[in-house]
Structures are given as structure tokens and as C-alpha cells.
Write a protein that binds this ligand. Structure first.
Ligand SMILES: Cc1cc2nc3c(=O)[nH]c(=O)nc-3n(C[C@H](O)[C@H](O)[C@H](O)COP(=O)(O)OP(=O)(O)OC[C@H]3O[C@@H](n4cnc5c(N)ncnc54)[C@H](O)[C@@H]3O)c2cc1C
Length: 461
């Protein structure tokens, strides 16, 4: 049964906004004749946050007949973290009140819409691994100068052949308890800890950009109007301040006002710019996508890599890097890039967050520090030839991680204003549950599929 007519405006074309649009159109009370749903996305380009030589459409890697094709009118959708995340899904993620629902919805969505081919959904393993990196080409001499014995450090120049041989030695692998099919990791240099964190029963992955684009397309197919290049500047309240009246946005330099009865603020790290009282913060993170010489087995790896003396020094958290000018490390350092093998013949790896660049106006202006991408490439290449010497770098990118939440629910004292933001490092995992709960809050008047628990914004305000 259709509910009373609503003018619903979603602010933000990331995974949270697009999943919300999708679930609103799948709600039993939704009818395109009764309800108007508009999604406004500030950016009209996905080029921001990627270096000029980066791949622009990841769907070109997968089977083009089935992968989510880029809709030119959707340029700007998934331009932020939702297009540049790893895409790991896990029943062991947090918060526990929404994780099981979201994990299940991901599975159902993949079954219903062919997500395996369309957005790279598959079950996978997740493991933590401690390893020691080899020195990258051009840095071997630096270690000798420091007076470290290159043999004992496991970093002899010209060790690659030997190294490769060791890597394929299943006896060594068994000793370390690393699975046989994790054959793209140079375990010879490992300091010995391999631990399974998740398995295909409780762990999966998606390509986040393709998933987000698909949600947007599937929502549009059921009547959602998507406007990109539309940056919202104000959520306007009714005269008595108790409800939402309209949303003001700027598109092509022109100010527009959209009548709105229900507004969903899903602006990720930008949320505070429109609603300062919602405690969502933003930190920049870099990542890379590497085409491997052969598809690598389905593992997400949480690494702790010991960088030896002479290794390219990682760019400090608080200063800008200079690409191609890494100084040799004095002493050793442990870094923890995460690596995700993907079914499209690539691997994704991300590094730590930094505090150098303030959150810009839109995703289109996100600045990439190429030296930080080089850091990740050196580090993952130091433990895997597939990711280093034999891999081809397809993308160097940066985005802003929203932190502080997730906050999902009606903002106290403003009827019709719902926030869905601050999803931390599990926003891809928790997007379907967020979208479903928001659809229930708007069309049923309350969340039904899960408890909001600590996600309820009334706890913060
Ligand atoms: C390096 C990295 C790896 C990650 N890996 C994983 C992972 O493996 N698994 C996982 O579950 N999560 C992961 N995450 C977290 C996940 O990416 C985020 O939680 C999620 O993408 C947040 O989605 P969002 O839609 O809230 O925000 P965003 O993707 O930032 O989208 C917000 C959108 O709102 C738009 N917007 C902002 N202001 C306005 C405005 N005024 N008007 C109109 N539009 C506006 C922006 O342009 C943007 O497109 C990772 C994050 C990072 C940074």
C-alpha cells in the first residue's frame, strides 16, 4: 500500500546515498506515482582523487557485457571513498547491530542482480600476516652503505630467482601455516605469523565503485532522479523550525531550490559542512590498483610488513611527499598496508591515513600525493613480485574516510531530516543495511529490520 506523498531528497552519491535510493524504491510502500525521490551529488566527475594516468572505469577490466557500465549521466557517483575503498564485507565487522543484516543483504543483492559479474561479489578469505619486505630496485646499495648484512636481512640484490623459488615451495608455506594457494606472497621473508581472520562463510568482497554505480542505476530504473554536479548548500527548515521544507543546491553556477518533505543527509565526510552537530570527521587515505600477471587467489590481507634498513622511507603522516625522491630508511619500520585480491585480475592496496590536506569542497578536488601511492607500491611490491616487479599499476588514488559513526536515523528536533553518515572503515559492508533502515524510517516511520543501537543520532545530540 502506498504511503502519503513524499518529496524525498538524498544528499550524496556515495554508497550510502545510492543504497538508500535503491532500498527506498524496493520498499513495499514506495510508488513512483506517489513519491518523488531525487539524489543530489556534488561532483560531476570521477577524475578527482586519481592521478591522470589512472584507469577511469574499472568496468573495462571485467567482462564488459555483464559489468556495471558507466552511465555518462552518473559521472560523479562514487567519486569519493565509495569508489576508492577496498570492498571487504565481513560478519566480524562492526557495529554488530547492523552487520549481520548488511552482510545478508549483500548476498541477496548479488543473487538478485548478478552481483558476481556486475560488481565483483565473491566470498573470500581474510588473514593477517607478518612479513619482511625486500628492498626495491635502486635501494639495495643504500642498505650496504648503512653497514647491514644484506644476507641476514633477507634482501640480497639478485635474490629474486631464489626468492621466487622459495615462494613456490609449499614445504616452507606449510611451516608458516600459510595456505597453499596464497602463492603470490613471498613467504621466504616472512617473520612467521599467518592468522586466518575470516573465511568464505563469514567474509566476502565487492568492487565498491561498481556496486555503488549499480545501486544508482537500479534506483534510477525505478524512478529515482539523479542529478550530479549539484552541491547542496542548505537544508531549509519549515517556519516553525520543526521540519524540512526544501534543499538549496548549486548546479552550473545557478542556485536551485528543491521542495523536500524528507531529506537524507548521506554526505560521508562532508556531513558536518551541512549539519555541524553530527560528529563525523574526515581523514585522507591513499590506495593503488595493480593488474597482476595472473589472477591472484581470493584473500584480503591485513599486513604488518617490516621494512629493512635502506628501504624507501614512508612519507610522514604530517608532511607532503615528493614523488620519486624517497630517502633510504635508517633502521627499520613496520607498516601495515591492506591488500585485497579482486576477481577482475587486479589487486587493491591501501595505506594509512594522513593529516596533510584538508577536506576539499568536493571529491573532484581531492589531491593525490603520488609519493604516498609510491609508498604503498614499494611496500606491497616488497613482499610480492605479482604486486611489484611483475604487476602493472592501474590507479593511484586518494579519498577521505568518514569517521565517528555510523549515524543512522532521524536528527532530533527536525522531523523528516535523516542522517546516514560517518561509516568509518566498514561503510561498504554496512551500506545495504543503512539503506534499508533509512527506507523504513521514512516509509514506515521507524526502523524495522534491525535496531539502531549506538547508531541512533539522538545519542550524539
Ligand atoms: C582506503 C579506504 C578503504 C576502505 N575499505 C573498506 C572496505 O574494505 N570495506 C568497507 O566496508 N569499507 C571500507 N572503507 C570505508 C568506506 O569506503 C566508507 O565508509 C564509505 O565509502 C562511505 O560512504 P559514503 O557514501 O558515506 O561517503 P562518500 O563515498 O564519501 O560519499 C559521499 C558523497 O557525498 C557527496 N557530497 C558531499 N557533500 C555534498 C553536498 N553538499 N551536496 C551534494 N553531495 C555532496 C560527495 O561528493 C560524495 O560523493 C574504506 C575507506 C577507505 C578510505
Amino acid at each position: 500500500m502506498a504511503s502519503a506523498p513524499k518529496d524525498i531528497t538524498i544528499i550524496g552519491g556515495g554508497i550510502i546515498g545510492c543504497s538508500t535510493a535503491y532500498f527506498l524504491t524496493r520498499h513495499p510502500s514506495y510508488s513512483p506515482e506517489t513519491h518523488r525521490i531525487t539524489l543530489l551529488e556534488a561532483s560531476s566527475s570521477n577524475a578527482g582523487g586519481r592521478t591522470a594516468d589512472s584507469i577511469t572505469d574499472p568496468a573495462t577490466l571485467a567482462d564488459p557485457t555483464t559489468a556495471s557500465k558507466k552511465n555518462p549521466a552518473h559521472e560523479g557517483i562514487a567519486g569519493g571513498a565509495s569508489g576508492k575503498a577496498g570492498g571487504l564485507l565481513a560478519l566480524w565487522a562492526f557495529p554488530s547491530n547492523i552487520v549481520p543484516l548488511s552482510f545478508k543483504l549483500h548476498d541477496e543483492l548479488a543473487k538478485e542482480h548478478g552481483g558476481d559479474k556486475r560488481w565483483g561479489y565473491r566470498r573470500c578469505y581474510a588473514s593477517s600476516i607478518e612479513s619482511r619486505a625486500r628492498l626495491p630496485p635502486g635501494f639495495e646499495g643504500a642498505e650496504k652503505e648503512e653497514g647491514v648484512d644484506p644476507v641476514s636481512s633477507g634482501a640480497v640484490a639478485g635474490s629474486k630467482g631464489l626468492h621466487k623459488d622459495h615462494k613456490k615451495d609449499s614445504k616452507v608455506r606449510r611451516k608458516l601455516d600459510a595456505p597453499e594457494d596464497l602463492d603470490w606472497l613471498d613467504i621466504e621473508g616472512s617473520v612467521g605469523r599467518y592468522q586466518e581472520m575470516g573465511n568464505p562463510e563469514n567474509t566476502a568482497q565487492v568492487h565498491p565503485e561498481l556496486f555503488t554505480r549499480s545501486m544508482a542505476q537500479l534506483a534510477e530504473d525505478r524512478g529515482v532522479k539523479i542529478i550530479t554536479g549539484a552541491r547542496v548548500t542548505a537544508i531549509n527548515k519549515t517556519g516553525d523550525e520543526k521540519g524540512v521544507e526544501s534543499v538549496t543546491y548549486i548546479k552550473d553556477g545557478k542556485e536551485e531550490t528543491l521542495p523536500t518533505t524528507n531529506c537524507v543527509l548521506a554526505a560521508g565526510p562532508w556531513t558536518r559542512r551541512l549539519l555541524p552537530e553530527i560528529p563525523v570527521t574526515a581523514s585522507r587515505a591513499h590506495s593503488v590498483v595493480i593488474q597482476t600477471p595472473r589472477p591472484v587467489s581470493a584473500y584480503a590481507l591485513f599486513t604488518a610488513i617490516q621494512l629493512p634498513n635502506g628501504f624507501p622511507t614512508p612519507t610522514p603522516t604530517n608532511s607532503k611527499g615528493v614523488p620519486g625522491a624517497h630517502r633510504p630508511l635508517r633502521g627499520s619500520q613496520v607498516v601495515e598496508p591492506e591488500i585485497y585480491a579482486r576477481p577482475d585480475g587486479t589487486a587493491y592496496a591501501c595505506g594509512p591515513t594522513d593529516t596533510v590536506a584538508e577536506l576539499p569542497l568536493t571529491t573532484a578536488e581531492v589531491e593525490v600525493d603520488a609519493a604516498r601511492c609510491e609508498d604503498i607500491l614499494h611496500q606491497v611490491g616488497g613482499i610480492s613480485d605479482e604486486l611489484g616487479r611483475d604487476g602493472q599499476v592501474l590507479a593511484k588514488q586518494a579519498c577521505y574516510l568518514p569517521q565517528g559513526g555510523p549515524w543512522i536515523g532521524e536528527v532530533p528536533r527536525t522531523k523528516g531530516l535523516v542522517v546516514a553518515a560517518g561509516h568509518t572503515c566498514w561503510g561498504i559492508q554496512n551500506a545495504p543495511a543503512t539503506g534499508k533502515l533509512v527506507s523504513e524510517i521514512i516509509l514506515d516511520g521507524k526502523p524495522k529490520s534491525a535496531k539502531l543501537g549506538g547508531c541512533d543520532p539522538s545519542l550524539a545530540l
